[in-house]
Design a protein around this ligand. Sequence first.
Ligand code: NAP
Ligand code: ZN
Length: 348
Amino acid sequence: MPTTVKAYAATARDQPLTPTTIERRDVGPQDVRIDIKFAGICHSDIHTARGEWGEVAYPLVVGHEIAGTVAEIGSNVTKYAIGDRVGVGCMVNSCGECAQCLKGLQQYCLVGNVGTYAALDRDGTTTQGGYSQQVVVTENFVVRIPEGIALDAAAPLLCAGITTYSPLRHWNAGPGKKVAVVGMGGLGHMAVKLAHAMGAEVTVLSQSLKKQEDGIRLGADHYYATSDPDTFTALAGTFDLIINTVSASIDLDAHLSLLDVDGALVNVGAPPEPLPVQIFSLIGSRRTFAGSAIGSIGETQEMLDFCAEHGLGAEIEVISADKVNDAWERVLASDVRYRFVIDTASLA
Ligand code: NAP
Ligand code: ZN
């Protein structure tokens, strides 16, 4: 018998989220049932629920920054025990057999990874996400949250943390490297903390200087406003790596001009509209324009352990579930400081 749990769902692209109930499957031999304690609010939740990335089936429960404790385990589960502190991020399955899965890069599964919400699950149902009391996930897509990180501050690491950690590692952020982070929101503030902890020299490029004090406190060495045209003159040719976390379209050519020779601008922001690039912004200085999606399950665990070692968590504002619509409006207004996290006890 499936278990009925409380949740908050989108019912249409232009309607506020409302309370509902959803069914969670029985725990199979490989499954873990998780009592969700906290669920982070990612801008992707809004893009998806509002149909900006394509059509979705309603009602839809979003949320892919899940932190909680293990409530039940299947008969073959070996990695987790009841009571363990665990997390689930943006995916809950992949084919396990393709070249990318065999390399441990489940996020780039050639068949397509199964997203934590709005995806077709292997049993034919549509996955439903973390704005809910419980979730049932195969143990291979569950990660362990180290004791040193509070569950509420850990939740955003499951998406915002890994999505910025992965490209910072892949493009070798570290001592002697100049890294810029575009956008000081959920992803951006984690990029600042992580790049600083890796030893890079960190610059924030924000629309304004409103969050400058916070940026410096979180580990940035420099902070500039992109609304000031002098910023682009002052920083021309400076960076080895730029991580663009902006959820909307930006002037890519202007940002590419800030890269040194051989520098890379990695887009993790996922605006629905195309981002045009002048090819001359790249070829004159052998620059790279790249993208990156979340991170693998193994790398997510590595990131959580790195955060515990360096005393890192997200800067959060904990809210009750009935405040989720107001929180979404503040995210859309770039007024998030720096991640909203739903306390799911408020669903009871
Ligand atoms: P967020 O908290 O809303 O942060 C985005 C930041 O971008 C804002 O705080 C703002 O920073 C800046 N910004 C917003 N609108 C802007 C505009 N029109 N022009 C210039 N800057 C603007 O969002 P998030 O949760 O960090 O997510 C950011 C993006 O990453 C979203 O598109 C999301 O879907 C995507 N994402 C991708 C992946 C992946 O795997 N690649 C994973 C998760 C999320 P300032 O106020 O500092 O300017
Ligand atoms: Zn996300």
